[in-house]
Design a protein around this ligand. Structure first.
Ligand code: ASP
Length: 345
């Protein structure tokens, strides 16, 4: 495991990078004010070193930095954690690089069906949507569900009807049809016909984006957005819009956004389990996330990762896949991003 040290205005933050992810050891300033913090992920999966060209790596990292900067700018100007996670996710949804919004993967029928959720750790208010096909930014719709409806989740046509009442932007379905995802879809169809379904092929189906944030009021929030798993069947809904599986935030424990093989994250209620271990067992966020990802998820046969942030600004990013697009921006330090399992930034 390689260790790095990162300085921030609130003190010295020790960050350890390794196969299992990144952990912060101490985050509070001497006056006990938790540092403004944003963490993002752009999906976990089969991204071993050498998979991407240097230009591709630069593009992924630039998008992660842009998302961190957007989220952090909100916090710095007194915005809420909810606004910050939404701002960060919009950048990643608008990028064709990630499996969310514009870069969504294709279903088995060659469609794009998008899921998203958001949660406010101060109130436990939350909103989620599943199976939308024409809303440009699913995270905005999830936030509208949270703030402008008396419900928690809308699906499909109903979700889009609600989006219309909120005057959210609609795009033609072809907006989501990016060339590289279409090619991936056709390659996968061809491989399946030859029954070449490898572990790597399964891992390549992921790519969700997520963000967690801590604002100046000490409030946490989490949000996650996805095109789901490549080749998913009609109407399949994964963990992303399932509160407690793909997303959870509670000021009493932590904020979590997940990525990976959604069915396992639902069965294990990954996000809530991490927060419950913090809340009931008194674990720190790193210990709780390690247990859920490296013991429970691993033994169940699932894979993926999480970004986790506590109300004191301690954070962790854990994954049991080859890599995870991820990054953090805390206090006045610059954004740090990584892709591979060695955690090099
Ligand atoms: N968790 C997402 C799902 O199962 C996929 C991903 O993280 O990329 O829908």
């Amino acid at each position: 495991m390689v260790a790095g040290i990162k300085r921030c205005v609130t003190g010295i933050l020790v960050v350890a990078f390794g196969l299992i992810g990144i952990e912060s050891a101490a985050a509070q300033s001497s006056d006990n004010v938790p540092p403004l913090t944003v963490l993002v992920h752009g999906g976990a999966g089969a991204m071993e070193e050498g998979r991407y060209t240097p230009e591709e790596e630069r593009a992924f990292k630039a998008a992660l930095v842009a998302a961190l900067d957007a989220g952090y700018a909100v916090l710095e100007t007194g915005g809420s954690a909810v606004e910050a996670v939404e701002a960060a996710i919009i950048i990643l949804e608008d990028s064709p690089l990630f499996n969310a919004g514009r870069g969504a993967v294709f279903t088995r029928d060659g469609d794009n069906e998008l899921d998203a959720s958001i949660m406010d750790g101060a109130t436990l208010n939350t909103g989620a949507i599943a199976g939308v096909t024409r809303v440009k930014n699913p995270v905005k719709l999830a936030r509208a569900v949270m703030e402008k409806s008396e419900h928690v989740m809308f699906i499909g046509d109903g979700a889009e009807k609600f989006a219309k009442t909120q005057e959210l932007e609609f795009v033609p379905r072809k907006y989501f049809k990016t060339e590289h995802r279409w090619q991936q879809f056709k390659d996968r169809l061809a491989a399946e016909k030859k029954s070449k379904q490898t572990q790597r092929a399964r891992e390549e189906k992921y790519g969700t984006v997520g963000a967690v944030a801590l604002d100046a009021e000490g409030n946490l929030a989490a949000a996650t957005s996805t095109g789901g798993m490549m080749m998913k069947r009609y109407g399949r809904v994964g963990d992303v819009p399932i509160i407690g599986a793909g997303t959870y935030a509670d000021n009493a424990s932590c904020a979590v956004s997940s990525t990976g093989w959604g069915e396992y994250f639902i069965r294990l209620t990954v996000a809530r389990d991490i927060c419950a271990q913090v809340e009931y067992a008194g674990k720190d966020v790193a210990a709780a996330a390690r247990d859920v990802i490296h013991n429970r998820l691993q033994s169940a046969g699932g894979n993926g990762g999480v970004i986790v942030l506590g109300p004191d600004g301690t954070f962790t990013m854990q994954f049991n896949s080859k890599g995870m697009f991820r990054g953090v921006k805390q206090a006045d330090s610059s954004a740090e991003v990584a892709i591979y399992g060695d955690g090099a930034m």
